[in-house]
Ligand binder design. Sequence first.
Ligand SMILES: Cc1ncc(COP(=O)(O)O)c(C=O)c1O
Length: 386
Amino acid sequence: MTMLSDTQSISAIRETEFPIAADWAYLNHAYESPNPARAIAAINDKVAQAQRPYLAFPQHNVALDKIKRRLSDMTGFAPDRFALLTNVGDATSTIANGLALQSGDEIIMVEREFPSFVFPWRVQEGRGVRCVFVPKDGVATNLNRIEAAITDRTRVIAISHVDFQSGFKNDIEALGKLARDRGVYLFLDVSQSLGARPFDYASAGVAGIVGVGFKWLMGLHGLSLLGIADWAQDAIEPTIAGRNGMTDAWMDGDLDLNWLPDARRYQSGNLNWLAVWGLAASLSLHEDFGFANLETRSMNMREYLVSGLRENGVEITSDLRPLHASTIVTFTMGSPERTEAFVQSATKNQISLTYRGGWVRSAVHFWNDEADINRLLDFIETYRPE
Ligand SMILES: Cc1ncc(COP(=O)(O)O)c(C=O)c1O
């Protein structure tokens, strides 16, 4: 396997895979990633195949298997523990609707999670389930409060690995231990983490993960992942039935519910195959770079940004403690209005950032370099509100 992680390789990756690097400082992976050129080529191949579709059908599982093998390398879940779905809403609904929850059971979440990860749990209120929202300390999750909220009716803790707004990275080892000790399921939204860092969710005792493909995994919209631990599968009934969740018995006219034995049972029917083709190719870039190198490189870039912001006297609003730091860094330019105007002005100057919750949200990936970050820092230094 080619390892592409030295500095020379970063400039080669930027040149060959990310044409946007020539004119933009793209620091917005928490919003959406540019797809690398190899993914665009794969998507174009698939577009061409749309004119000759009979050639492509048997290849669908090959592409899915490539994705699942690479997800496995980044998560610790075996490839057969994954189902591919469409978005975080349907992946989370698969878990929430499939659990045998009773009236009075409780789901613990922290406040201000991403809505698609919250609504599927709220739907369970229709069967008498109680959603308990634990307040944060500023941007930080307070584990003591989560522990104190656990009762003998608690069935689930649902939380993101990295918070979409502030970039706060939750301590999954501690949460996994807490969940195991108290006999509750821990489910994670890994949309803002997977692809930026490998993490062994299986060893941490996580029951299941959901995530999107279009952020740190650098894919298209319309494709999400669901990973379910083998020991948790029996507790989650499949509730969306389609041909890709069943054995091939249906081909012989057997229309019984012949669920596949592994997590493929949570898949339904056809997927957005353009996105599948693209994601398989995008993840080959993560693999070539070296899964183990992703976090070191992107956190080095993030460190470079944090030092520069500090030198510029900018107020950082993310939690900077190493255990909780992620590739998302937020900061303020004063009032929310000034901060929003700053993001608009940066965008006009081809520096891609997001305005979220009153803050500037920056999100650096492994292929960003110092020049991208210097462009932002120089812009801050010379910025004068209009
Ligand atoms: C943490 C997190 N979860 C989920 C999503 C997307 O959810 P969905 O796929 O349901 O649109 C996002 C952002 O778009 C996010 O930041």
